[in-house]
Design a protein around this ligand. Sequence first.
Ligand SMILES: Cc1cc2nc3c(=O)[nH]c(=O)nc-3n(C[C@H](O)[C@H](O)[C@H](O)COP(=O)(O)OP(=O)(O)OC[C@H]3O[C@@H](n4cnc5c(N)ncnc54)[C@H](O)[C@@H]3O)c2cc1C
Length: 451
Amino acid sequence: METKKIAIVGAGISGLLACKYTLSKGLHPIVFESQTGIGGVWTKTVETTKLQTPKPAYQFSDFPWPDSVTEDFPDGRQVLEYVESYAHRFDLIKHVKFGTRVLSIGYDGPPGEAMRSWSLWGGDGGPFGSGGKWKIRVQDCLSLETETYEVDFVILCVGRFSGVPNIPEFPPNRGQEAFHGEVIHSMDYAAMDYQAAREFVRGKRVVVVGLQKSALDIAMECSAVNGVERPCTVLYRTEHWIVPDYLPWGVPLVLLYLNRFSELLVHKPGEGFLLSLLATLLSPLRWAVSKFVESGIKRKLPLEKFGMVPKHSFLQQISSCLVSRLPEKFYDRVEEGSIILKKAPEFEFCKNGISIDGEVEPLNSDLVIFATGFRGEKKLINLFESQLFQDCLSGSPNSIVPLYSYWLKLNYVITSNQGMHSSSDSPTSSDWVLGKHCKLVHVRDTVPVAS
Ligand SMILES: Cc1cc2nc3c(=O)[nH]c(=O)nc-3n(C[C@H](O)[C@H](O)[C@H](O)COP(=O)(O)OP(=O)(O)OC[C@H]3O[C@@H](n4cnc5c(N)ncnc54)[C@H](O)[C@@H]3O)c2cc1C
């Protein structure tokens, strides 16, 4: 029987897991990676970035961390080394085509109308059901030559935290063109080598826009270089629950949220009557757990003092998978004045810096760093030639919900106490509108999920 060819886009953790999994099923994977090495986001992190998830929960299920890594939260370099040794251990590197960017993905199979009417994955419920082929157009990043591969199945492992930066839009002449200083995105900062990044911010009045992981790490680095003489301002729109550790009142957060029981506490799309009833009956418990965690965080961090108590609950924060770990001594820097926290729901650029809605004086600055995340969905949509697939990804009227709301149900990578592994559960027909039409899965980012 012909060995099915699988194209895997990306050789980060997800791509490597997908590669190992498809090999174990006797398939023939080809991993396309635009960079020159494996590891994805871990190839370029800010110097002080550490793993946010405790090490035991960010571990390959069949490849434990080496004893030499004793820290609970290893740094970016250690994570990269760990991922590299995983790839070597399972001999995955030979399946990766480095320096090869996937430009576009087309599908040569049944017409769109036929696919729209399918109620089963791949038309008949099987992974290779309809007999169509995917055409993967790739470009060699050095020679710029293009080539097309024909495969039976595509697994997208392109990651969420890279590629297309999410930069806020401004009215004409009020965006960065009005500003006489420099503007970069956090990914540009992360791409610099450590010494170059320090020199780049040295002596500058830096404004970091954002309040998630990258923003906090970059602010810490700027404050270490420039001290109180040139404080770094963190401009944010909304306060977030950022945890000092994962032990509110000494209780591991994992026990409170990341287990099968805690899944019953929340309403889920498409849930049946019984699950819905259960989630409703358990809502007081849901509320109490959230308050318990919030009070634990407030006890450890001076949130009230600096006006940083979020208006939303911790439950909402963790449900959006946006819980960051606060860099050590962050509030010490705020106390000493080398980091200034400034709320700015609306702002625009002016000649000398940033003009904040409701404030008379502009915030003078030399460098603005947008740590405002990425447009993950745009990166995916841009890959597809056909409008049908683009619509599926962006959430057309015909699709149930956009891809990103659905990826929990996909063939996923799990990070849990049991570690990272590719799920052997096949998506079913009702799982994912795009999946059922076109035999394509997106291995999702490794957001902790209980197993
Ligand atoms: C600073 C930082 C800290 C983090 N810390 C944690 C943490 O503590 N815990 C946690 O669970 N998660 C964390 N994450 C999330 C992290 O993204 C995931 O844990 C995981 O590493 C994602 O792996 P991935 O393979 O899905 O994506 P990536 O690592 O983003 O890999 C995607 C790969 O696809 C390649 N690619 C993309 N498009 C193309 C294309 N068109 N053609 C060819 N190749 C392409 C990219 O070059 C890249 O190598 C962190 C992320 C960042 C940025």
